[in-house]
Design a protein around this ligand. Structure first.
Ligand code: PMP
Length: 356
């Protein structure tokens, strides 16, 4: 607290990022990073870009990256926006598309950054409770226009639950709220979900946001993107050009382009995570956990007889870190990132010991 702070900062409750421990002996299953490395072609491209050309500024329009993303998704570059991680893309979308006097609607259990951005940009928000099984009820969002909804945001699959809303239901929400911008945060969609990107051709109120941090194993590079009608993209570009005219640095641009061009590595590495997820789900269930059906690179699980905070602490004593949220309705769950098979085995062995 300082008398020099702005009132916005006084009121702000900042997001608490997942821990990034300095000890590399830990088994780190807490922030949904990919367990296997990025495309070797991406790493090679980054190395190659690390030369004297770093004295030059990067391309302020990220033309090459927008072109490869547009091509992969059957869009035009004018329908693509790129930024430093999807968090930055979302920040620009909040500033560029949301209205301060029209609330943003989102589920009561979702990515905890959304209320932080609302606080930062002074945007009112309302939350709609998830169903008892932690699924999103599309009918709650139909229509919100009568209630002066300025916009809607949800993560699909949702975080931290991992549950997926079917594409037909996503479309119902988008089609049912033509006056509201609908932001679909698809950070985890590549692990078995169905993207809403094909819908952007038909719905000028839909913005889909994705990241290279999860399925492309490039969290350290900071690359995210949004696709939507050129008018929506133009709003994000205006925000970007107002305080940050270089969306990505030269190394990130080179690595991201090469990653998109290596479709085979992308598919294989997502498939590995998907099969490890089935195995982990099955084995956690055998240990007595209730595991929500996940379409993400993590599972959300609770044990009917054991306190989640206690379990997280006991795992930590065994050098394994998972995520526990002290939040209403979910404080009995652990969110566990899908690790390598060896890491999942170590987790299961530790849980077996703790529960014995
Ligand atoms: N959306 C969701 C739902 C997330 O869980 C995350 C990761 N914390 C992000 C967006 C942001 O990811 P990044 O900025 O690394 O792209």
């Amino acid at each position: 607290m300082s008398r020099y702070w702005s009132p916005i900062v006084h009121r702000l409750t900042p997001y608490v990022p997942g821990e990034q421990p300095k000890l590399d002996k830990l088994i780190k299953l807490n922030t949904n990073e990919h367990p296997y490395g990025p495309s070797p072609r991406a790493v090679a491209a980054i190395r190659e870009a690390a030369d004297d050309s770093l004295r030059l500024y990067p391309d302020p329009n990220a033309d090459k990256l927008k072109a490869v993303l547009a091509q992969r998704h059957g869009l035009t570059p004018a329908q693509v926006f790129v930024g430093n991680g999807s968090d930055e893309v979302l920040a620009h979308a909040f500033l560029g598309l949301l209205k301060q006097d029209h609330p943003l609607w989102f589920p009561d259990i979702t990515y905890s950054f959304y209320p932080v951005y609302c606080g930062l940009y002074e945007i009112a928000y309302e939350t709609l409770p998830l169903a008892d099984d932690y699924s999103l009820r599309p009918e709650d969002y139909l229509p919100l226009a009568g209630r002066r909804a300025g916009a809607i945001i949800f993560a699909n699959p949702n975080a931290p639950t991992g549950r997926l809303l079917a594409l037909t239901e996503v479309e119902r929400i988008v089609a049912g709220n033509p006056d509201a911008v609908v932001l679909v945060d698809e950070a985890y969609v590549d692990f078995g979900g169905e993207s809403a990107i094909p819908l952007v051709e038909r719905y000028p109120n839909l913005l889909v946001v994705q990241t290279f941090s999860k399925s492309r194993s490039l969290a350290g590079l900071r690359v995210g993107f949004a696709v939507g009608h050129p008018d929506l993209i133009e709003a994000l570009e205006r925000v970007k050009n107002s305080f940050n005219s270089y969306p990505l640095n030269r190394l990130a641009l080179a690595g991201a382009v090469a990653s998109v061009e290596d479709e085979a590595h992308f598919r294989d590495s997502c498939d590995r995570v998907i099969s490890s997820r089935s195995r982990l789900t099955e084995q956690l269930s055998e240990l007595g956990f209730e595991v929500l059906p996940s379409v993400a690179n993590f599972v959300f699980a609770r044990h009917p007889r054991r306190d989640a905070a206690g379990l997280a602490a006991a795992l930590r004593e065994r050098a394994i870190i998972v995520r526990h949220f002290r939040a209403p309705r979910i404080d009995q769950f652990l969110r566990i990132t899908i690790g390598t098979d060896a890491q999942c085995d170590a987790l299961l062995a530790a849980l077996g010991e703790i529960l014995a």
